[in-house]
Design a protein around this ligand. Structure first.
Ligand SMILES: Cc1cc2nc3c(=O)[nH]c(=O)nc-3n(C[C@H](O)[C@H](O)[C@H](O)COP(=O)(O)OP(=O)(O)OC[C@H]3O[C@@H](n4cnc5c(N)ncnc54)[C@H](O)[C@@H]3O)c2cc1C
Length: 382
């Protein structure tokens, strides 16, 4: 009934790995492969993802037989931290590397593992998350998309929405109802499937967000066939699996580092320092980020040791998202030393975009009310 955030030291190999990632990012920037952006983990760029695959930055913790490097979660942490801090466009492989691949490693059939894992590591196969539906977001157990048994597999019908990168990805792990809903057993009768999104019967429609970008989509399933080999775990065990997956989805540094590139852009642009405001704001942001980083490292170490840090992950995401929303708002008040410089223009463009984008940071991956309910339950308070 208490929270566990043990202090963690990075393993010896982590520092060399960090240098390697920085060298890779420097080379990519010099080749004009990307412009830093806040929330780069939602920017889908297949070329960049392939380059990450070639550089050995995907599937780091996975078994060697699938192309992985069998490294620790803490070493992977260092890699993702560097990619996020640089504002790199890693959305193409983010979901597969963070949660779909690990889910398939633990619960997928041998056929499915061979079909997708080596391709994910090479940066060639990408995944989306198929949980939310119209009227089923926070209350995920109410999903109505359904799977029905047919010869050799399952037939899927229904609709998913707000699927990040869903119109661009190759596969989705989706949650479907495979038994009629029972109000007495709301979490029963759900099953996860890995669905090839290029299958007949799949229709994808990008949805434009507040920033004018098509980051997410609506996906309809009309008699889509999925073979038995693409069932994740056991039929009917989808609720347990999806909640396990959410611990991975919520626990990473992307839940507080989305706006880090904005702080870097501000420093490059040069805030006016004839008042203490800039120093106070920057010091405040960095102090909060440092505390969240210690918490995230601790969650990564718990995951490495096979523990279940679901409550700690929910707390980290809630605190991290609150800070991510707050930072751009507070930076708006700061003035720049040379407002006409190119660095100032770049910073202002990033700030404008991030102020609009940040409104969604507390929604994606679970809202504050839902997370706080989980934290209260985890602490035995409800
Ligand atoms: C940018 C972005 C990307 C996303 N990407 C994905 C994705 O890739 N895949 C995917 O499956 N989904 C994705 N989502 C969907 C996201 O998970 C849902 O939006 C989120 O879970 C909230 O669900 P909802 O939108 O249906 O809102 P609702 O669940 O209808 O919630 C509306 C409001 O009611 C509150 N509320 C709901 N239930 C309770 C309760 N029991 N107690 C107190 N308050 C409550 C909520 O906190 C919220 O403020 C994404 C969303 C965004 C914004």
């Amino acid at each position: 009934m208490s929270l566990a955030f043990e202090s963690v030291d990075l393993p010896a190999g982590a520092h060399a790995l960090r240098d390697r990632v920085r060298a890779f990012l420097r080379a990519q920037r010099e080749a004009s492969a990307y412009e830093p952006r806040c929330s780069g983990w939602t920017v889908f760029d297949r070329t960049f993802t392939r380059a990450c695959g070639e550089a050995g930055l995907i599937g780091l913790t996975w078994p060697a037989r699938w192309g992985g490097q069998e490294r620790s979660t803490l070493e992977r942490y260092v890699v993702v931290e560097e990619l996020l801090a640089a504002g790199a466009p890693v959305g193409g492989h983010w979901i597969a590397d963070r949660q779909s691949g690990p889910q398939i490693l633990r619960h997928g059939s041998a056929t499915l593992q061979a079909e997708v894992l080596p391709g994910i590591v090479r940066g060639e196969i990408t995944f989306a998350i198929g949980m939310s539906e119209p009227d089923s977001g926070s209350d995920l157990a109410s999903v109505r998309s359904r799977g029905e048994r047919v010869d050799g597999g399952w037939r899927l019908d229904g609709r998913k929405v707000w699927t990040t990168g869903g119109h661009l990805a190759d596969y989705m792990i989706g949650l479907f109802r495979t038994e009629p809903a029972d109000p007495q057993r709301r979490h029963a009768g759900l099953t996860q499937f890995a669905v090839d999104l290029r299958s007949a019967g799949v229709t994808r429609r990008p949805i434009r967000n507040l920033c004018g970008r098509d980051d997410f989509s609506e996906i309809t399933f009309d008699e889509v066939f999925v073979p038995d080999s693409h069932v994740i775990g056991q039929v009917g065990d989808g609720w347990r699996l999806v909640t396990g997956e959410l611990a991975f989805e919520r626990s990473g540094p992307e839940r507080f580092l989305s706006v880090f590139p904005l702080l870097v852009a501000l420093l490059r642009a040069g805030p006016r320092d004839d008042t203490p405001t800039a120093r106070i704001e920057l010091g405040r942001a960095v102090a909060h980020l440092a505390a969240l980083r210690r918490m995230a490292l601790s969650v990564a170490a718990t995951l490495d040791a096979g523990g279940d840090p679901a409550t700690e992950a929910a707390l980290l995401k809630d605190l991290g998202n609150a800070l991510e929303r707050e930072i751009p708002e507070r930076l708006r008040a700061l003035r720049l030393a040379e407002p006409g410089s190119p660095q100032a223009a770049a910073y202002r463009a990033m700030l404008d975009d991030t102020v609009a984008d940040a409104t969604s940071y507390t929604l994606r991956g679970g809202t504050p009310e839902v997370l706080r309910g989980m934290i209260a339950r985890g602490l035995g308070l409800r």
